[in-house]
Ligand binder design. Structure first.
Ligand code: AMP
Length: 277
């Protein structure tokens, strides 16, 4: 396993090696969700690149960039064990040198849901991912369904800007009680961790109501909202039932539909989703 800390070094290592290249962009503090992407990439490519970069551009000024969990020594051990060929580990200065001022703005879909709650978030995500694609030039790049809107934004960026790679979406990996695995789960105390299971349970409730014949999106959202509010420590940011390409809210549920939510458990903001199809 080779470690590249500069863009020049990443390019040099990548050039020397032939075959389909898989890229898994991460912010590190690796968990089983990341491993699903890494193993899929390993299985489908002859060269496997993982980037570990906590991207300041996608955090708002009041968000957790400084306190975001990091453990690069542990991450490198995991990546070596998974037969990673190249780890790209740039510094903030390497990615955003003085004078940096070029941004990728993905328009309307980047301003809904997560984009509405976190202004500028997807500008930061799209910009860093475009840079990673240009640096690594992967054949395929792997993203998690857990961050559904992120995957949708990246797929649209690749389509709209004619980027020459395939974006693969990997299903969400969950704990036994259904909570989607996330680096931010580390912020939860024991009671909050128990309460956090309400996110996935409410998504299952929405799915069940729809399967039983309820097609009014408003009705489903209402029941999911009441269910979440019945759990302690919860503050709802949004509960959405939207068309998966445009992310426009639905009045009547038509498939496929993306049911997604963001809920604060204590101070920790968590997101999750399911697709009705
Ligand atoms: P992050 O390090 O949180 O930016 O995540 C890096 C990638 O891993 C993103 O494409 C995420 O969607 C994906 N990911 C994170 N958690 C999970 C999970 N529980 N299941 C599947 N993919 C995940």
């Amino acid at each position: 396993m080779k470690i590249a800390e500069t863009i020049a070094e990443a390019r040099r290592l990548r050039e020397g090696l032939p075959g389909p290249v898989g890229l898994v962009p991460t912010m590190g503090f690796l968990h089983d969700g990341h491993l699903a992407l890494i193993r899929r990439s390993r299985a489908e490519n002859s060269l496997m690149v993982v980037s570990v970069f906590v991207n300041p551009a996608q955090f708002g000024p009041q968000e957790d960039f400084k306190t975001y969990p990091r453990d690069i020594e542990r991450d490198l051990k995991i990546l070596a064990r998974e037969n990673t060929d190249i780890v790209f580990l740039p510094s903030v200065e390497e990615m955003y040198p003085p004078g940096f001022d070029g941004w990728v703005d993905m328009g309307k879909i980047a301003r809904r849901l997560e984009g509405a709650s976190r202004p500028g978030h997807f500008r930061g995500v799209a910009t860093v991912v475009a840079k990673l694609f240009n640096i690594v030039q992967p054949t395929k790049a792997y993203f998690g369904q857990k961050d559904a809107q992120q995957t949708i934004v990246i797929k649209k960026m690749v389509a709209d800007l004619d980027m020459n790679l395939k974006v693969v979406t990997v299903p969400t990996v969950r704990e036994t009680d259904g909570l989607a695995i996330s680096s931010r789960n580390a912020y939860l105390n024991t009671e909050e961790r128990q309460a956090a299971a309400v996110l996935y349970r409410s998504l299952c409730l929405g799915q069940q109501l729809w399967a039983e014949g309820e097609k009014g999106a408003g009705k489903i959202r209402e029941q999911m909202t009441a269910f979440i509010q019945s759990e302690p420590f919860t503050t709802i940011d949004y509960v959405s039932i939207a068309e998966p390409e445009t992310l426009e809210e639905m009045a009547v549920v038509k498939t496929p539909a993306l049911v997604s939510l963001a809920v604060r458990i204590g101070k920790t903001r968590l997101i999750d989703n399911v697709v009705l199809e």
